[in-house]
Design a protein around this ligand. Structure first.
Ligand code: ATP
Length: 355
C-alpha cells in the first residue's frame, strides 16, 4: 500500500522549474532511489518531502495525511545528509540523543533508545567519543542512528555515501540495506551513482530536468531502459543512429541502416516500423571480440585505445560505422593498440529506441 505519495508536485525557483509535475507512490517499507545527474531535482524533491522546501503546487501525502502545511519537525521524517552534519562538539551519545532531548523524553528512555540505535548501526561502546575521533563511515552510521532514534515513519537519505571511499561505501551499502530491512522503514535514497541505486533500491526512479524518465525495479531499468538518456545513465555507452529498412514479423528482427552498414536487432517491445529513425544501443561488455561465430552483425575494427580497469579492459575501437566504439573484455591478452579485431553484436543484446 502506498505510504508516501507525491501527486503532481512542482517546484519553481523564479522562472526555473526544478521539479516538474512529479508523481510517485512509495509503498510501506519500500526503498526507492531517486537517481539522476547533478541538478536534476533530486535534493529539491527530498527537501519537499522533509518540509524544508514548500512545493509550488501539488500534494505530498505521508501515511494517508496531506503534510504540505506541516513544518519539518511535525512530519516524523528522518534525514541523513551527505556531509553527516554531526555536531562536532557533542559526543556520539549526545549527537544521537539530540532529537530525543528536544522532545523532552525521560532520561531513562533516552538512554535506552540511544543504546538501541547505536546497537543497530554497530557502534555500541563508542558513545563518549567525539565525531572527529571516528572514521567517515562511522560518522555516517552516527548520522543514521540519529535519524532513526526518533522512530521516523520515513527515512530520507541524501547522497549518504558519496563522501566515503570505495571500501567504506560498499560496507555502508550493506549496512543501510540491512538496517532498512530490519526496521522496515519507508526510505527514499537520493544518489547519482547507478550502482549504488541498483544495489540498494527496491525501485529506481531515474530523473532528468525535474522529470521522471523511468521508474522500475533495478533489473528492468538496467536491462530495458526506456530511452537513450536512461540507457546512458545506466552504463550503456555505444549509440548509433539509423533508419529501419524492414522488420520481419516472424523473427521480430529489424534491419537498420547505420552509415553504410546494416545492423540486425530484435525489436523487443518496441513498435518500430520500416522508415522509422531509431537509435541502437549496446553495452560495452556485450560486444564480442574475436569469437568464432558467423552470421549477422560482424565487422572488423581497429583498436586505438586500451585501458586496464581491473576486472575488465576497455578497448576503444574504430569500426566501419563508429569511430569510437567502447568494448569491455575480460581477457585482453594478445590484443594491442593498432590491432585489427573481429567484433560482433549479439542480436539479443542490442536495444532499439524509436526517435
Ligand atoms: P545534486 O546532485 O548536485 O545535489 P540535485 O539533482 O539534487 O543535484 P537539486 O539540488 O534538487 O538537484 O537542484 C535542482 C535545480 O534547482 C538545480 O538547477 C539548482 O541549481 C536549482 N535550485 C535548487 N535550489 C535552489 C534555490 N534555492 N534557488 C534557486 N535554484 C535552486
Amino acid at each position: 500500500m502506498a505510504y508516501l505519495e507525491l501527486i503532481d508536485v512542482t517546484k519553481k525557483f523564479g522562472d526555473f522549474t526544478a521539479v516538474n509535475n512529479f508523481n510517485l507512490s512509495v509503498n510501506e517499507g519500500e526503498l526507492v532511489s531517486l537517481l539522476g545527474s547533478s541538478g536534476c531535482g533530486k535534493t529539491t524533491t527530498l527537501r519537499m518531502i522533509a518540509g524544508f522546501t514548500a512545493p509550488t503546487s501539488g500534494t505530498i501525502v505521508v501515511g494517508g495525511n496531506v503534510v504540505n502545511s506541516l513544518p519539518p519537525y511535525k512530519r516524523n521524517v528522518g534525514i541523513v545528509f551527505q556531509n553527516y552534519a554531526l555536531f562536532p562538539h557533542l559526543t556520539i551519545f549526545d549527537n544521537v540523543a539530540f532529537g530525543l532531548k528536544i522532545k523532552k523524553l525521560p532520561k531513562a528512555e533516552i538512554i535506552k533508545r540511544v543504546g538501541k540505535a547505536l546497537e543497530l548501526v554497530k557502534l555500541s561502546g563508542l558513545e563518549q567519543r567525539l565525531p572527529r575521533e571516528l572514521s567517515g563511515g562511522q560518522q555516517q552510521r552516527v548520522a543514521l542512528a540519529r535519524a532513526l532514534v526518533t522512530e521516523p515513519t520515513v527515512l530520507l537519505l541524501d547522497e549518504p555515501l558519496s563522501n566515503l571511499d570505495a571500501k567504506h561505501r560498499t560496507e555502508m551499502q550493506i549496512e543501510i540495506k540491512r538496517i532498512q530491512k530490519e526496521t522496515g522503514i519507508t526510505t527514499i535514497l537520493v544518489t547519482h551513482d547507478q550502482e549504488e541505486a541498483m544495489s540498494l533500491a527496491d525501485r529506481i526512479v531515474v530523473m532528468k530536468d525535474g522529470m521522471i524518465q523511468q521508474e522500475g525495479i533495478p533489473r528492468e531499468v538496467f536491462e530495458r531502459p526506456a530511452n537513450p538518456f536512461v540507457a546512458d545513465f545506466m552504463g550503456v555507452s555505444n549509440f548509433f543512429d539509423g533508419k529501419v529498412l524492414n522488420v520481419d514479423p516472424k523473427t521480430n528482427e529489424a534491419k537498420v541502416k547505420v552509415e553504410e552498414q546494416l545492423i540486425t536487432a530484435f525489436i523487443g517491445q518496441s513498435d518500430v516500423k520500416p522508415g522509422d529513425e531509431v537509435t541502437i544501443a549496446i553495452r560495452p561488455e556485450h560486444i564480442e571480440v574475436n569469437n568464432s561465430s558467423s552470421g549477422c552483425n560482424i565487422w572488423e575494427g581497429q583498436v586505438y585505445g586500451l585501458s586496464y580497469k581491473g576486472s575488465v579492459t576497455r578497448l576503444v575501437v574504430k569500426s566501419a560505422f563508429e569511430s569510437n566504439l567502447n568494448i569491455d573484455v575480460y581477457d585482453s591478452k594478445g590484443i594491442s593498440n593498432g590491432d585489427t579485431i573481429k567484433i560482433s553484436f549479439p542480436l539479443e543484446k542490442l536495444i532499439i529506441f524509436k526517435k
